[in-house]
Design a protein around this ligand. Structure first.
Ligand code: HEC
Ligand code: HEC
Length: 389
């Protein structure tokens, strides 16, 4: 029952987000997204894993999956990535080299925990995702059972609770949206393409980088890596990745983020992109005062948190979540250095981060309405060119 609900969610509308794709592509050596393994750097690359067949479940694709056997095969690794960050434990904490082996005690405990979590939610929360690994683990393999004692110089929580809160008049979500759209300016509906050039920085690597988008939802993103080009594309139907070794369709929840990114008007026309706003709260991003609006994406991909600069009205942060078999994997975009790109202001600096990844897009040139060749968006039939050495 519970698993059926999860599957409906995972294979259906819930699908879109993971900067991971952008990151996998932009980070280190171009490698098509590893379906089965998080590979050790420096080791000889294993052959690309067999592609998932349509409708294939994790139980059919993998050797030793029991609790998660009914979820789509493509969605097992996103669930593992969630568990890794929820426990702050890398894959090897639970897995031997052969990931199907149960030789590590932690893996057996984790499997038991998975059943426990499914049961807690089924018995108490109508099978929702209310209690997940992170609820108890909070980024650690240890689970705290006692409330923390304040450090020297800090006030105990009970005293902080008693302090009067300043009364604050919060703007409405409508006001935030209007102020933002005024701040970026431009005749948004006349915009149809967006081409951006710059570099992508992830870890030690800084590579030339290009993004091409076409309304309403096509994308073509190239990282010119040391070993060749890594490309991610979306033609409105299929998300794909290409590098010098392989071309591959991206399926399951891993396709969510590339689709969100390709959504041309997502951050340009907030009135269209979000169907409802739940609440507005006051918050901080760095030392900036911001307003956070919880917004429901119009494409059905779930709630997003939009953070608006309290002074300029510009969007400084968007947090999106990709559902997994357990809790969600968050992706956070931080926007800065807004500049005019032909009538409309857009951020030239973007930081894209997940629990385990950070990348920076440094743009030098962003243009709207430059002519774009439509054929680039379709999935290519052969791998990209390796770099000439
Ligand atoms: C906290 C423990 C834990 C961590 C951390 C973890 N896994 Fe798992 N993994 C499991 C368990 C438990 C299963 C089996 C689930 C089941 O039986 O439904 C599993 C199954 C798998 C399988 C299927 C293997 C097969 O053929 O049967 C793969 C592949 C996998 N994990 C990859 C990963 C990767 C990659 C990471 C790191 C991103 C990771 N895991 C992190 C506990 C963990
Ligand atoms: C209701 C709270 C709760 C939830 C939810 C929960 N855990 Fe745990 N987990 C615990 C507690 C408590 C322990 C410590 C048990 C002990 O001390 O023997 C633990 C221990 C573990 C351990 C062993 C850590 C070690 O010492 O090596 C693993 C692995 C683990 N949990 C994985 C998970 C995974 C994966 C999930 C989500 C599917 C999860 N847990 C969800 C409470 C929870």
């Amino acid at each position: 029952m519970r698993m059926r609900q999860r599957n409906a969610c995972l294979t259906g509308l819930c699908a879109i987000l993971v900067v991971l794709l952008a990151l996998v592509i932009s980070a280190a050596p171009p490698s098509v997204q590893a379906q089965g393994q998080g590979q050790a750097q420096g080791a000889a690359p294993p052959p690309p894993p067999a592609p998932f067949l349509p409708g294939q479940t994790a139980g059919q694709y993998y050797k030793n999956v029991t609790v998660l056997k009914d979820i789509p095969a493509a969605d097992l690794i996103p669930a593992m990535q969630y568990i890794r960050s929820a426990l702050g434990a890398d894959c090897e904490y639970c897995h031997a080299t052969d990931r199907s082996s149960d030789e590590k005690e932690a893996k057996k405990t984790a499997r038991m925990m998975m059943s426990m979590v499914l049961k807690i939610n089924a018995d108490n929360f109508k099978g929702g995702n209310n209690v997940e690994c992170f609820s108890c683990h909070q980024g650690s393999t240890n689970v705290a059972t006692a409330p923390p004692v304040p450090e020297l110089g800090m006030k105990p929580a009970v005293l902080l609770m008693a302090e009067p809160k300043p009364a604050e008049g919060l703007p409405t979500a409508d006001q935030l949206v209007s102020k933002y759209m005024q701040a970026i300016g431009g005749n948004i509906s006349s915009l149809t393409t967006r081409t951006a050039k710059g570099t992508v920085e992830a870890g030690q690597n800084k590579n030339p980088y290009e993004q091409t988008f076409k309304a309403p939802n096509k994308s073509y993103i190239v990282t010119h890596g040391q070993q060749g080009d890594a490309v991610q594309g979306f033609d409105g139907t299929t998300v794909w990745q290409q590098n010098p070794r392989a071309v591959q369709e991206v399926v399951g929840v891993a396709a969510l983020n590339p689709k969100r990114l390709a959504d041309f008007y997502r951050t340009l026309d907030l009135k269209k992109s979000y169907s409802a706003f739940r609440r507005v709260t006051k918050d901080k991003v760095g030392d900036k005062d911001v307003y956070m609006a919880l917004a429901q994406a119009a494409d059905g991909s779930g709630n997003e948190r939009l953070y608006f600069d309290a002074n300029s009205g510009l969007l400084v942060r968007v947090v999106q979540r990709t559902p997994t078999a357990f809790g969600p994997n968050p992706t956070q975009y931080d926007f800065s250095d807004y500049r005019d790109a032909g009538g409309v202001k857009v951020p030239f600096e973007v930081r894209v981060a997940g629990p385990n990844n950070i990348a920076f897009w440094h743009f030098t040139d962003i243009k709207f309405n430059a002519p774009v060749n439509d054929s680039i968006f379709a999935k290519p039939s052969s791998p990209s060119k390796a770099a000439a050495n």
